[in-house]
Design a protein around this ligand. Sequence first.
Ligand code: HEM
Length: 476
Amino acid sequence: MIPSQLSLVRDSDDLLPITHGRLLDFPDDPIACLRKLHARHGNVCAMEEEGQRIYFVFGQEYNHQVLSDSSAFHSRFFAIRGSRNSSQRKLSSGLLSMNGDQHKRNRRLVMDAFMKKAILDYLPTIRLEVESLVASWVPGTERDIARDMTDFMLRLTSSILFGIDQPEVAYKIGHMIDHWVHLNHELGMGAFVADTSIANRYGDLLAYANDLEGEILNMIRMRKANSTGKDALSILINAHDGEGSISEEELVGQAALMFAAAHLTTAHSLAWTLFLLAEHPSVMSQVHEELSTHLDGGFPSLEQVERLSYTECAIKESMRILPASSYSQRITAMPVELGPFKLAPGSGIVFSQFITHHMPSLYPDPDAFLPERWRRINPSPYQYLPFGAGPRMCLGASLAMLILKTTLPTLLQQFKLTSVPNSEVSGKVISTMLGPTTSIMMKIDRQDGQFQSQPVRGNIHDMVDLREIKTIRRAA
Ligand code: HEM
């Protein structure tokens, strides 16, 4: 999402690290822009156009300053909030749009859906969806892994949030939230360019938000009448503190936010990891060895997952090199000093996981996919932050890791994935998320333990060094 708040320039010191350019270059290609700014100015700088600025920070020190102090640095996630009492306002009022005491209280209440017990109750749902994915893959065919992971996470997120007793109703709401997020992104971008169709599309967004709110409210009422106790929505409905429980109006926003936060982030992480493994036969071979040693061909138990230490290194490395959440933003709530800058309240700041994760001082040979490095390094929460850090750190991090650590081993025990030779693999940050913008075409075969990478085209080479082109053969 484009930073929704730009600050008016107050100081005009020529010595400050400021790039003068088109602010729209940023959402056009966030990674290229972030890389340029970091290479030119280092860990703190600003970009300025016609008296408006966005500030950028990178690395441990500034990540810590901006992410740990939630009273000075506020979150403002949705660019389009809608008028008071509108469905758009309610849907965009989840945790990421809250600050201060309201955020603290709601985070405590929402947390119930992410405690260990709740997550363990989601395990049968994860298993059901993974097994149905496995059943749909036919050896000898080619599949678009990016598409498959997006569809898989659409089903899984809907089931975890809304329950599995009415899968098609849950899936329909998931689909609608996905489309609503998409409309928000398009219109959020549109606010920065002259486009006469924006007014009409804004009306479409409000009408769509109205329908979506109605569907979520129906689901809330159905769950109130018939709670499974095990889906996230039922847990939120039952959550309460000294001040009471979460109102229906607030539940609408929390449900929409949870779906939006979980769906594409996890889908992208799954797709990138499968792609990186396919392109690194020696890593894939070690993962295969570990899965063959500790698992028995099916969906792993929690005890088995604990033993997959190398697979976990591969997942962490994938989320370092291609973090699904590649940057995010904050707005200053008070006057703040940031490096050489004095920021007025209301200034927009971007921090970036992608740039921090690619700093050679923290991660030598940063563009190389090297899961082994995780045997040696133990970065601080502000040096490695795929799930953010500080008081707003991702509430779904444990759940997301459980999905990754069970889904990938189940798929990889059954199937060998090989990139389709010379296919294009490209990615871009859209709405703060780094995901594939092309298909990721893979040949699916029965797992035989013999791996070979294939040349691919696309801008993936700007983000990852895919040097390892060799065949690893291993007795089946
Ligand atoms: C690989 C998957 C995921 C990634 C990479 C990811 C990443 C993040 C990041 C970076 C933030 C912090 C944003 C900021 O500081 O501005 C965040 C917040 C959040 N995430 Fe996730 N997330 C993932 C999966 C999930 C899942 C599965 C759920 C829930 C079902 C979830 C729910 C949330 C919520 C509720 C917040 C807001 C926390 C707050 O503002 O207090 N996320 N996520």
